[in-house]
Design a protein around this ligand. Structure first.
Ligand code: G1P
Length: 300
């Protein structure tokens, strides 16, 4: 079985849900605490054993490439000023030369098209796909758990979580088939079904391990929901040739493409950090007390 060595990050989206913040800054570069959103997703891939990071970008996204490059003047200045901690943190996050590739989507035809744009860079091997809007928080990362599962089952794996049944029209939804000791067989995949018509309330949360045969299908995939070339439609076709397994992720997922999810991620990641937890908890409690004076702070 081939290892999952490569990961694809589709980062060409315009970020219209987040204007005006994203007028000049890519949404993937907005910061959650002190790291850009894209860094969380790349770190997750690295932790899962990924060795090559493939970004499908678009116009106005050049700063993402700069972010993953060596900043010689900065590194040198930090070294000279004795800021070794900051320097080593930057160096730890730094991909090695040759570990990143960038290609442009050129036309905004949807997620399926963005993934297809990575076909030459991925080649004939399985790959991870991480949607950078979604960042996750758990002790073991979502992709790491999926890679472990993949090493047992092979084939294709999609991470899912439960959503409010009234919100199925926002996501790709899967049907749950027979249980396996590692997850379940995926029976159906539908992109953005209307509430009441969805096969379940298990939504695709933005992490996939896919076989390269998906590219051949994407090449001729017709437009689907939202008049876009949908990855979910292509996966449904691939599912007729190869098994798809569902992995039910039980950590937290934040949709950083929306202001609400982004703010929630900032609060959650600040509270998660041991150097910030105490102060941030106090700040949040004080703000809530001031805004809702009738709310009694529980003591003890
Ligand atoms: C995409 C996928 C969808 C998935 C979602 C997760 O939709 O097409 O299947 O559930 O990401 O965020 P988008 O958010 O790009 O509309």
């Amino acid at each position: 079985m081939k290892k999952v060595r490569k990961a694809v990050f589709p980062v060409a989206g315009l970020g219209t849900r987040f204007l005006p913040a994203t007028k000049a800054i890519p949404k993937e570069m907005l910061t959650v605490v002190d790291k850009p959103v894209i860094q969380y997703v790349v770190d997750e891939a690295r932790e899962a054993g990924v060795e090559h990071f493939i970004f499908v970008t678009g116009r106005n996204k050049a700063v993402i490439e700069d972010h993953f490059d060596v900043q010689f003047e900065l590194y040198d200045t930090l070294a000279q000023r004795g800021k070794g901690d900051q320097l080593s943190r930057l160096q730890q996050l730094q991909p090695s030369p040759g570990q990143t590739s960038f290609t442009r989507q050129q036309v905004p035809l949807g997620l399926g098209h963005a993934v297809w744009c990575a076909r030459e860079l991925v080649g004939d091997e399985p790959f991870a796909l991480l949607l950078p809007d979604m960042i996750m928080q758990s002790r073991k990362s979502c992709l790491k758990a999926m890679v472990e599962l993949y090493e047992e089952t092979g084939n294709n794996i999609i991470a899912v979580q439960e959503c409010d049944p009234a919100e199925t029209h926002k996501y790709g939804i899967v049907g749950r088939g027979e249980e396996t000791h590692t997850g379940f067989r995926v029976t159906e995949m539908v992109e953005k079904p209307k509430p009441g018509t969805a096969p379940s309330n298990l939504y695709i949360n933005g992490r996939y391990i896919l076989q390269p045969e998906i590219f051949k299908i994407l090449e001729s995939q017709e437009r689907g929901a939202g008049n876009e070339i949908q990855l979910t439609d292509a996966m449904l076709k691939l599912g007729k040739q190869q098994p798809f397994y569902g992995y039910k992720y039980d950590g937290r997922t934040f949709d950083c493409g929306s202001p609400e999810g982004f703010v929630e991620a900032n609060v959650a990641f600040a509270l998660w950090r041991s150097d910030m937890n105490e102060n941030m908890s106090e700040v949040i409690r004080t703000l809530l007390d001031e805004m809702h004076p009738q709310r009694q702070r529980s003591t003890g």
